[in-house]
Design a protein around this ligand. Structure first.
Ligand code: AMP
Ligand code: ZN
Ligand code: FE
Ligand code: FE
Length: 281
């Protein structure tokens, strides 16, 4: 096959806060005519096994991924990991620690809501999360289901957005720790959606933390931001990635295929991975 084709390197399934199962996300990628799709659930790799299997049937290459939450100088930063060995014991150990911290956090959020006089039940939140990684979106869904707020957004605005009365921060690692974990699992680390909230000095700090790439194409990036990040990629010898940050309709994003990059970028990721592995040996 040639290096032609389009890819989406940023999607979420119901293993984190997406609404669709992994199989469905891969089906949509096939329908959109994509050559490859990366599944990048938050702190979670539970979708990958099934997604890879379906990808094999449908002729869509499924690229293993993860999106780790990092904190730096009070900034909420996301680091994408690609082409990881998702059976790597150290990666699994780290993710299971993160998962248990997420559950503890949701307990505390529910306690705070109860103290505020809102009788949200933990069971409802757990059911909303299902098997995968649990977070504030599931708290918001549960508040709506129990009739305690009128909408998902109201749940955030009144209670659980950063700094609100029932907000509890997440346990977070540093950017260099995230890069180290991803590299240990033979993956490549890329700064996710810098245009969402990051200033240029923070972006430079993350580059110094050792990321291999930067997300250029993303729904939150204007044309001029894309250009800016392409320039940064050139200056710092970073790979360019991109995708839709698809959540299966949770954010009005029912469709896959609008935010894509060339398959050639995947080949560059693979080449960089070979360099990384060669350095390790
Ligand atoms: P968590 O990882 O549990 O902190 O949840 C983060 C997710 O909550 C984000 O990916 C958003 O989908 C959602 N979120 C965070 N803040 C807001 C907000 N102010 N309004 C709506 N959704 C939000
Ligand atoms: Zn998300
Ligand atoms: Fe993100
Ligand atoms: Fe994302």
């Amino acid at each position: 096959m040639t290096a032609k084709g389009k890819v989406d390197l940023h999607t979420h399934t119901n293993q984190s806060d997406g609404l669709l199962p992994p199989e469905k996300v891969v089906h949509l990628a096939a329908q959109a005519g994509l050559r490859a799709v990366a599944i990048t659930d938050h702190d979670e790799i539970g979708a990958l096994e099934a997604a890879v299997a379906v990808g094999g049937q449908l002729g869509v290459e499924v690229i293993s991924g993860v999106e780790l939450s990092v904190s730096h100088n009070g900034f909420d930063i996301h680091i994408l990991g690609y082409l990881l060995d998702f059976h790597h014991p150290r990666l699994l150990e780290f993710l299971s620690y993160f998962q248990s911290e997420r559950v503890r956090r949701v307990h505390r959020i529910v306690e705070k809501l109860n103290t505020l006089g809102f009788p949200l039940r933990l069971e409802t939140v757990l059911r909303k999360a299902g098997a995968g990684s649990i977070g504030r979106p599931h708290v918001a869904d549960a508040l709506v289901e129990e009739g305690l707020v009128a909408s998902y957004q109201e749940a955030f605005n009144r209670f659980i957005a950063d700094g609100k009365a029932a907000f509890v921060p997440k346990v977070r690692i540093s950017a260099s720790e995230a890069v180290a974990i991803i590299h240990e699992a033979n993956g490549l680390a890329c700064l996710a959606h810098p245009g969402q909230n990051l200033t240029e000095p923070v972006i430079l700090d993350v580059i110094n933390a050792g990321v291999d790439g930067i997300e250029v194409v993303h729904p939150k990036h204007t044309f001029s931001l894309r250009e800016l990040y392409r320039q940064l990629a050139k200056t710092y010898n970073l790979l360019e990635t991109g995708g839709s940050d698809f959540h299966g309709g949770r954010k009005g994003d029912e469709k896959l295929g609008d935010y894509v990059i060339e398959y050639e970028k995947v080949e560059k990721l693979k080449a960089r991975q070979e360099q990384l592995m060669a350095k390790k040996n």
